[in-house]
Every structure is written in structure tokens, then in C-alpha cells.
Write a protein that binds this ligand. Structure first.
Ligand SMILES: *[C@@H]1O[C@H](CO)[C@@H](O)[C@H](O)[C@H]1NC(C)=O
Ligand SMILES: *[C@@H]1O[C@H](CO)[C@@H](O)[C@H](O)[C@H]1NC(C)=O
Ligand SMILES: *[C@@H]1O[C@H](CO)[C@@H](O)[C@H](O)[C@H]1NC(C)=O
Ligand SMILES: *[C@@H]1O[C@H](CO)[C@@H](O)[C@H](O)[C@H]1NC(C)=O
Ligand SMILES: *[C@@H]1O[C@H](CO)[C@@H](O)[C@H](O)[C@H]1NC(C)=O
Length: 562
């Protein structure tokens, strides 16, 4: 027996030797060389030889480097990348440095800025297909683009090109400093570079570069919202936001300008000079830096960048101060029990002392008057718990507190903002199905019969997750068929229900200034309107009151520019 590493080495060697053999055959001028066993695509940035899929009528171009991390400044902007000759696009296993969420091991290298492209065989330059780009989630700290999670099989059968890519995470992606070398949001700049690469090159793969949708879940969805707010270049025209918007996260609050000094110190290198610390960290082995980041508790996340003459700035002002966003078509929504897994998995002891109400208020506000703060907390507790107190046997009130402040109200306020910006082709959903392919419950080994659809549970109904290959019960596959049909209809037509069918027997109306209809995706499809309207009205009033008595962190951010 050989180890898994050896096995993958052998497989890779096998693929490379096939590649070398076919490299000697004439390189075709066509987009997809149907004669050879492997597809080749010629682009201005290189030739890419992919693989034919065995589980559907499509080709895969895996692990194409769209950019490089600058070896002299690993915390700085990405450097665009091109190839001479033929690149073997066969490996989707690259990950940027992180603690991955499955086995919690430290993994990844800085040779990670790769894109994976899945092309249905019907695509060609004469018959270009719409493009769906998935930006993965993971709190900006973890996640990777390969088929381990984002298997394309269910999506590509609907005749769309499906694309995933990696971007830098944690300290490499989101250290925000007061220097033009590391202004912050490197991970977003990687994403933009990937989107540029796709826009410039996807036509050679048979993609329609006038129909590009960017989609994401959780932090991927937050990223999409950032691009809707900040991207000036026309790199996409439709967006899908699943359970995440800028208002979801505690972003912009803790940007730690001393992060390099603290991280260096954690690695036993003591200095007071930030440039000295940065140059030390630049040489540190990535797994050591990821461990130091974990052990030091240094917070790295998206920020409002300080502006510099010689820097490529991206997020230059607070999103609250951008009133008009890009004109795009929108599919947006959430799951009906976003808070379930996060709250149910807390240990009893931790749960009993955790102050959810402070936690959610702290996300958006800073209070100068402590007694005013206590007053507001009591009102919120009374609304959610009545006379009861927080106890471990009844977690439902806190699931609602957490979900309302983190997901439901932020997403509804974002829909309002988009409407006020004039976006008029917007569809709103609530996913409430719970089955064997629920992603989040599965990771935490929670039975799918518990709770509703939790945060990220929908992933299993869009992607052919590698370790769920056997879970194909009819009732689950019905949801897979529905989700992928609705999502790819939106990608193709800007309308998730262009015509009625047995699978989708109803018309999903758009959101308007006056009405907030949503499609509920469950065993049955149904239409609803203004979900959780009592709780949401309470939050609307609460936010109005809080805005007037407490400064929003968001507005008071010390990085200025607001
Ligand atoms: C987690 O560990 C399992 C069992 O060893 C392995 O099959 C899987 O690939 C690992 N997952 C990741 C993301 O490394
Ligand atoms: C950022 O750097 C500039 C120039 O060195 C300095 O004037 C400013 O005070 C710094 N800001 C912070 C918040 O450290
Ligand atoms: C730093 O020094 C301490 C004390 O000598 C040691 O225990 C620790 O392993 C060192 N850390 C690293 C990352 O070398
Ligand atoms: C703080 O809030 C309390 C309760 O609302 C109020 O009585 C008090 O006057 C406030 N203090 C200041 C300094 O505004
Ligand atoms: C998952 O949960 C089931 C039922 O509660 C239990 O029997 C099993 O041991 C758990 N598996 C793991 C890996 O914890």
C-alpha cells in the first residue's frame, strides 16, 4: 500500500505523461480539440490542456494560475500571470494558507491563486454559454475552490460554464495596514484579478463574456456585495447572494494596525518597527504564520483602506456612504434557520455565559453611555425571551437573536438599499428544506431532522460535494434539480422562472418598492411575502433608535475617509 500523497503523485505523474504524449500531436486551432482525448484552449495568456469529465458532457480546466503572490510582498496586491507554451490544467487541489474547516489542519501554499473552469461540450466560440462564477465562503479565513466541495456536475448540465477560484485568506488576504505596501483587502484584489482574467479569456473556452454572474454563499456572498458596491470595471452583470451581505459581518471594526508586530512577537521575533516585522513575516513559512495568527488572536478582516498615491486601493470608503450601487440583476436570499447550527453546537457552559445580545449589538454600535446600553439590552431581551432567562435547554430565542441581527435584517436592509439604487430585477428566496445533503448540519454531525435549513445547508443542493456522492435520495435530488434549474435560469435569462414546468410550476415575482414577495424553496415551492415581518419591524425601529443614541462603529471607523 502507498500513502495518499504517493497515490496522488502517481496519478499526477500518469496525467503528466499522457500530457507529454499528446503535446507531440498537432495543436488544434479549434477551441476544443474534439479529436484528441483531451481538450486544449488557446488564449492570449497561454494554452491550457484540460480533462474530459467522466460524469457528464463537459470538460474541466483545473488549477490555472490567474495571478501570482508577489514573493517580495506576500501581503500585497496580486501580480497577473501568463504562460508560454502549454499548461496542464489538471489539478484543483491548491489551497491558500489556512486552517481548513473539515479536519481543522493547517494547510495550503502561496501558489494558490488558481481558477477552475468547467465547460459543457455544447460551448464553443460560435455558441458561447453564460458564465457562473462561484466565490467560496469561510469567514475570509478558510475555504478553497476545488471539487472537494464545489463539484460542478449538477450545474453544467444546464448549459452554463461554471467557474471557481481561490483567493488569499486570513493574514495573507486581509491584513490592513497604514502603509501603501499593505493597504488591505488583498483577498478582494485577488478576486477582482480573477474576474478580470475570466472576462478577458472566457470567450476562448466558449463562454459568453457579456453574461457573467458572480455568486457566493456567506463570506463569498459578502464578497459579492463588496463588488456590487466597489468594482468600477464592468466584469459581471448578475449577482447571486446566499446568506451574506456587507452588513452581516462585524467588518471594519478591529482593523489592527499593529498586526505585524504582534504576529512577529508570537513567532519570537520582537521589534517595534512595522517594516522590520513585515519583512520578517514575509519570510516566515506560511503554516507558521497561520498558526501564529491563531495563537495570537490577531484579527484580520476586510477594512476601509487608507488611501495612498502609489497603492492600488479598492475599498476606499465606508459602504454605508455609498448610496448608489452597480446596476445588476440580483438573486438574493437566506435559509430559514440560519442560526441553528452555530447556536446548537455551543457547549452548555459556554452557552450559558455567552451574551448574545451584547454580541449582536457590538457588531454595529459603540455606546458611550453604559446605562443607555443596558436599557436597550433589556428591551431586546424582553422582546426575544419575555420574562425568561437564557438557559441551555431552550436555545430558540438566541437562534433568533443571532439570525435576525446577523442575516435576516441585514439582508432585508440590503434589498431595500438595492431597490433605492434603482435595481429593479431582483428575486428573493427563502430556502427551508432540510435533508441528507445539508452541508452545515452534516459537518457538525447534526441530524437533518433537527431544526430548519441552517447557514450554508443549501450548498449540498447546488454542488456535487465529493463526500456526498452516495446521498442521492429522490427527495434530495428533487431539491438539487430545482435549485440548479432556478439558479442557472437566472444566470442565463436574468429570470429564474422564464417558463413553467412540472419541476417549477409557479412564477416567481420580482421584489418591488411596494412588495417583498419571496419564493420558499422546500419539498413544495410556494410564494410568501415579507418574511418574519414582526421581528423585522422590531429591528427596524430598534436600529432607528440605536442610530440616534449610539455611534455606529461603521460610521466612526478610525480609518477616516467617511
Ligand atoms: C479530512 O480528513 C478526511 C479523512 O482523513 C479526508 O478524507 C479529507 O480529505 C480531509 N479533508 C480535507 C479538506 O483535507
Ligand atoms: C498613518 O501614517 C501616517 C503617515 O506616516 C501618519 O501621519 C498617521 O498618523 C498614521 N495613522 C495611524 C492611524 O496610525
Ligand atoms: C517561542 O519561544 C518560546 C519560549 O522559548 C517557545 O516555547 C516557543 O515554541 C517559541 N515559538 C516559536 C514559534 O518558535
Ligand atoms: C445615560 O443614559 C441614562 C439612561 O437613559 C440617562 O438617564 C443619562 O442621562 C445618560 N447620561 C448621559 C451622560 O447622557
Ligand atoms: C454522529 O452522530 C451519531 C448519532 O448521534 C453518532 O452515533 C455518531 O457516533 C456521530 N459521529 C461522529 C463522527 O461523531
Amino acid at each position: 500500500m502507498f500513502s495518499k500523497d504517493q497515490a496522488s503523485q502517481i496519478i499526477l505523474y500518469f496525467l503528466l505523461s499522457i500530457a507529454q504524449q499528446s503535446a507531440q500531436s498537432a495543436v488544434s486551432e479549434t477551441v476544443l480539440d474534439l479529436e484528441s482525448s483531451r481538450p486544449i484552449v488557446h488564449t492570449p495568456v497561454g494554452c491550457f490542456r484540460g480533462l474530459r469529465a467522466h460524469d457528464g458532457d463537459y470538460s474541466m480546466f483545473l488549477g490555472i494560475p490567474y495571478a501570482r503572490v508577489d514573493p517580495d510582498n506576500v501581503f500585497g496586491p496580486p501580480i497577473p500571470h501568463r504562460f508560454e507554451g502549454i499548461f496542464d490544467a489538471v489539478d484543483d487541489t491548491a489551497r491558500c494558507p489556512q486552517i481548513e474547516e473539515f479536519n481543522h489542519t493547517i494547510t495550503g501554499t502561496l501558489d494558490c491563486l488558481h481558477v477552475n473552469i468547467y465547460v459543457p461540450n455544447s460551448a464553443s466560440m460560435d455558441n458561447p454559454l453564460p458564465v457562473m462564477i462561484q466565490i467560496f465562503g469561510g469567514k475570509f479565513q478558510f475555504g478553497f475552490a476545488g471539487r472537494y466541495l464545489y463539484g460542478p456536475r449538477f450545474l453544467v448540465r444546464h448549459d452554463v460554464i461554471f467557474i471557481t477560484f481561490n483567493y488569499r485568506l486570513g493574514p495573507y488576504g486581509f491584513m490592513c495596514l497604514n502603509t501603501s505596501k499593505v493597504p488591505g483587502n488583498q483577498g478582494f484584489k485577488d478576486q477582482v484579478q480573477a474576474l478580470r482574467w475570466i472576462k478577458e479569456n472566457i470567450r476562448y473556452f466558449g463562454g459568453d463574456d457579456s453574461k457573467i454572474t458572480i455568486a457566493g454563499n456567506s463570506a463569498g456572498s459578502i464578497s459579492v456585495d463588496f463588488h456590487v458596491h466597489f468594482l468600477q470595471e464592468p466584469l459581471f452583470n448578475k449577482v447571486i447572494l446566499q446568506s451574506g451581505v456587507i452588513l452581516t459581518e462585524k467588518v471594519f471594526k478591529d482593523s489592527d494596525l499593529d498586526a505585524p508586530l504582534k504576529l512577529a512577537k508570537q513567532l519570537n521575533y520582537t521589534t517595534n518597527d512595522m517594516y522590520d516585522a513585515l519583512s520578517f513575516l514575509n519570510r516566515v513559512e506560511p503554516h507558521e504564520l497561520i498558526a501564529a495568527n491563531r495563537d495570537s488572536g490577531v484579527v484580520v478582516e476586510p477594512c476601509v483602506e487608507k488611501q495612498f498615491q502609489d497603492a492600488d486601493n479598492y475599498v476606499t470608503k465606508h459602504p454605508d456612504n455609498i448610496n448608489s450601487v452597480r446596476g445588476v440583476d440580483v438573486l438574493i436570499g437566506f435559509n430559514n434557520d440560519e442560526g441553528y447550527v452555530g447556536v446548537i453546537t455551543m457547549e452548555k457552559q459556554e452557552y450559558e455565559i455567552f451574551d448574545f445580545v451584547s454580541f449582536v449589538l457590538d457588531k454595529d454600535f459603540e455606546f458611550e453611555n453604559e446605562s443607555k446600553l443596558d436599557e436597550m439590552k433589556n428591551i431586546i431581551r424582553n422582546f426575544y425571551y419575555g420574562d425568561d432567562v437564557q438557559h441551555a435547554d431552550n436555545r430558540r430565542p438566541n437562534m433568533n437573536v443571532y439570525a435576525d441581527f446577523t442575516y435576516y435584517s441585514p439582508i432585508l436592509r440590503t434589498i431595500r438599499k438595492y431597490l433605492d439604487s434603482g435595481l429593479d430585477n431582483m428575486y428573493f428566496y427563502m430556502f427551508s428544506y432540510s435533508g441528507e445533503r445539508c452541508f452545515a448540519k452534516d459537518i457538525d454531525n447534526i441530524s437533518y431532522t433537527e431544526g430548519g435549513a441552517a447557514h450554508a445547508d443549501e450548498l449540498g443542493y447546488l454542488y456535487d460535494i465529493s463526500y456526498m456522492k452516495e446521498r442521492l435520495r429522490d427527495e434530495d435530488m428533487l431539491i438539487v434539480d430545482r435549485m440548479t434549474e432556478l439558479w442557472t435560469n437566472f444566470v442565463k435569462y436574468g429570470n429564474p422562472t422564464p417558463k413553467l414546468s412540472k419541476l417549477i410550476p409557479l412564477h416567481w415575482p420580482r421584489v418591488t418598492q411596494d412588495q417583498l414577495p419571496y419564493l420558499e424553496i422546500n419539498t413544495e415551492l410556494s410564494l410568501g411575502s415579507s418574511p418574519m415581518h414582526r421581528r423585522m419591524s422590531f429591528l427596524d425601529l430598534l436600529y432607528r433608535e440605536l442610530d440616534s443614541i449610539a455611534g455606529r462603529y461603521r460610521m466612526n471607523n478610525e480609518t477616516g475617509n467617511v
